[in-house]
Design a protein around this ligand. Structure first.
Ligand code: NAD
Ligand code: 89V
Length: 343
């Protein structure tokens, strides 16, 4: 079977991981790249040997010659680029967060649906192998019926040097990082119906909130706590590990720092090291996230070839983005927000 051909727009900080992922992927390759910044375009083009280079997305689409586009720009450009791809009938992956507002996010999903093109949000945290191990342990029935859970990401890592824009937005941790943890909560505990959130800014040098605590009510009656912080200075820095606690009717599960998974059931505890492999191009401590990039991209190839909706399709991701919107609304108004209010 011939490889699917892809184009990547946005050759910045994170796109380098995506380019590595595509280089290793089976069944697809990147044939063209685009960035409005000629220096970044050259750096990625030279590093990955891509000859077709564009500083304008319009020119890229006008020339065509690819089956899908991978949009790795920051959020402000997502809607315009996804709608452009839909107009050209090109299947699309878009980085998280899908959009700055729910109105934009819905318009993007609708544009792709109307054009009949596949649309996936690059929501990769649920593809991390430790998170997959948690899901597999729950699905095995070892801890019985889940009634409570926690998804936690607490760190003091300097994310601002690699991604300076994170320090400048009115919204920060829920939109950038909490969105991943909220998606993991949905993946593990099911869709949510309501959220109660509290936020605060500890670091005076940034514009947005760097601490958030969210209480979620899930469809099936599970209660979960999703908490994230970039103001937490721990003895051993855990970035970028997502930790989890899950209580079930027959046992418990704990994913603790250092990628240790403990499943306690029937009076015995099974300990497993679930640290992801460091791929040849990985740069620890980012290897956890980097592996998930490769996995979600391979999932996209398989879904596109089979004509199946990807797990984190735009449609699915509206539910995750709704949790982001509802969390900000809840924190601003100091009340519980029903997801129906924002969806
Ligand atoms: P960045 O600013 O380093 O890179 C973005 C690039 O896009 C820049 O080079 C910019 O010139 C280019 N660009 C912007 N608008 C464009 C347009 N209209 N046409 C062509 N080029 C354009 O940002 P980043 O840190 O790489 O983040 C990019 C996206 O990736 C963000 O949405 C961010 O939230 C996401 N991200 C995801 C993860 C993850 O694990 N999924 C991790 C980090 C960042
Ligand atoms: O995954 C992300 O979206 C990144 C980071 C881990 C730094 O929050 O922006």
């Amino acid at each position: 079977m011939t490889d699917l051909k892809g184009a990547l727009i946005g050759c910045g900080f994170f796109a380098v991981n995506q380019m590595h992922g595509w280089r290793d992927a089976e069944g697809a390759r990147i044939v063209a790249i685009c960035d409005r910044d000629p220096e970044r375009l050259k750096a990625v083009g030279d590093a990955f040997g891509i000859q077709r280079r564009y500083t304008s997305a319009e020119d890229l689409f006008a020339d065509g010659g690819f089956d899908f586009v991978d949009i790795a720009t920051t959020v402000g450009s997502h809607r315009g680029l996804v709608e452009m791809a839909a107009r050209h009938g090109v299947a699309t992956i878009c980085q998280k967060p899908i959009a700055p507002t729910m109105e934009d996010a819905k318009a993007m999903v609708s544009a792709c649906a109307k054009s009949g093109v596949a649309f996936m949000v690059h929501e990769n945290f649920r593809w991390q192998s430790p998170i997959r191990a948690v899901k597999a342990a729950i699905d095995s029935g070892a801890i019985g019926e889940v009634f409570w859970g926690r998804v936690s990401f607490r760190s003091g890592y300097d994310v601002f040097s690699g991604q300076p824009y994170l320090a400048t937005g009115k919204r920060f941790i829920i939109e950038d990082l909490g969105i991943h943890a909220l998606d993991v909560a949905r993946y593990i505990f099911g869709d949510a119906t309501a959220v109660t959130a509290r936020t605060r800014r500890v670091n005076p040098a940034i514009a947005g909130e760097d601490v958030a605590t969210m209480l979620l009510d899930h469809d099936g009656g599970i209660t979960s706590l999703v908490d994230c912080s970039y103001a937490t200075k721990l003895p051993i820095e855990p970035f970028p590990e997502t930790l989890m606690e899950v209580d079930g009717s027959k046992g418990t599960l704990r994913l603790t720092q250092g990628y240790h998974l403990a499943v306690h059931s029937k009076g015995a505890t099974k300990l497993t090291n679930v640290e992801p492999p460091a791929l040849s191009w990985a740069s620890p401590p980012w290897h956890n996230i980097q592996e998930s990039v490769a996995l979600i991209q391979q999932h996209w190839i398989e879904a596109l070839r089979a004509g199946r909706e990807p797990d984190t399709s735009g449609r699915d991701n509206l539910e995750t983005f709704a949790l982001v919107e509802a969390s900000y609304l809840s924190a601003a108004e100091g009340r519980t927000v029903s997801l129906a209010e924002v969806l």
